[in-house]
Design a binder for this molecule. Structure first.
Ligand code: GLY
Length: 338
């Protein structure tokens, strides 16, 4: 089965050239196997939200509360991201995030809406809600991205909560790490790395967001994929959105989320696009020790997710009909890789 698949993929690649941007998506492409996944039919125009990892379940709940309070897809994203940023027990987002090798918690986040507007902050410290700061950059400045001290200054000007984010738990982990100082990004960090979120509201507007403290014990000043538009997140209101989790260097080198959306533009389903973006990484670099997972939401409401290694999961919430309760599922994208 695996070798038949590989043969088919090779043939498909030969037919479609490099399968890169500009190439026509090969319509004969088959869906990769989705072990452990219950395909869920999402009707166009019905609100849907999907977010990476276990913490996506609570994030999606918060997103739908924002929607039910009259909010938009963008409000769903901000509400979901803020909830996870507030969790001091989470070691990879917001307060409680593991620090860099010098003991500083530095945060990255970005947000995008259906019009292609984007806002981003990177290398920020002491800002409790980088997702909201990114939204302010998008909505209230002429810029897309603010970094470091300038972003922190803007947060203070906005009157945002500014507070030390290194918790006792994260400090103890860092002190233990210093005993060896071995930099080794962890695959599927406790099953809840970076949160990437994608939503479509009842009016069919798409939005996305991404927020993280980045890889633990990184060099001071390192910025990952999460605040980079096109890498950690990309949204095209006419096509769909995509977000990434895992080792940012691999995502940035392949401009992963933009790639996923461009593949969908060429006709790939959300699932096929995530699958192909993972192959792009696998073809470009050794992947034994690194994990990347992609999550995509098409304008048609269909969701896909795929990762290099098993262990990646994501949460999916949607309205199952007018007035019906929101259906929530945690999807195990446990088939990783090829
Ligand atoms: N994906 C998060 C990071 O690499 O920083």
């Amino acid at each position: 089965m695996a070798s038949t698949r590989r043969t088919f993929l090779t043939q498909a690649a030969a037919i479609a050239g490099t399968l890169g941007i500009g190439a026509r998506w090969n319509q004969a492409w088959t869906h990769p196997p989705r072990v452990g996944i219950n395909p869920v039919v999402v009707e166009e125009g019905q609100a849907v939200m999907t977010s990476t990892w276990n913490h996506g379940m609570l994030a999606n709940d918060a997103g739908f509360q924002a929607l039910d309070a009259g909010g938009s897809a963008l409000d769903m994203i901000e509400a979901g991201a803020r909830l996870v940023e507030s969790d001091a027990e989470g070691l990879s987002v917001g307060i409680g995030g593991l620090p860099d090798r010098d003991g500083n918690v530095t945060l990255d986040a970005c947000i995008m809406d259906h019009r292609g507007d984007a806002g981003s902050v990177c290398f920020v410290q002491d800002v409790a809600h980088p997702i909201s700061l990114a939204r302010n950059v998008m909505e209230n400045t002429p810029h897309v991205m603010l970094a470091g001290a300038g972003a922190e200054q803007y947060a203070r000007e906005l009157g945002m909560p500014v507070t030390p984010l290194l918790t006792e738990q994260a400090q103890l982990a860092w002190e233990r790490w210093k005993e060896t100082s071995n930099y080794q990004p962890i695959i599927n960090i406790e099953n809840h790395d970076t949160i990437g979120l994608l939503a479509m509201d009842d009016q069919g507007r798409l939005a996305g967001g991404c927020t993280t403290s980045g890889v633990a014990y990184k060099m001071h000043g390192r910025v990952g994929d999460s605040p980079i538009i096109g890498a950690g997140l990309y949204v095209d209101g006419d096509i769909g959105g995509a977000t990434a989790t895992g080792l940012g260097e691999a995502v940035m080198r392949t401009v992963g989320s933009f790639l996923v959306v461009e593949l969908m533009r060429q006709g790939a389903s959300a699932q096929e696009a995530c699958f192909e973006a993972v192959q792009r990484i696998i073809r470009s670099m050794p992947t034994e020790d690194l994990q990347v997972g992609y999550l995509a939401l098409g304008k048609d409401g269909q969701i896909g997710g795929h990762a290099i290694h098993s262990g990646f999961n994501y949460a999916q919430h949607q309205r199952s009909g007018t007035g019906a309760p929101i259906e929530s599922v945690l999807i195990d994208a446990s088939y990783g890789g090829r």
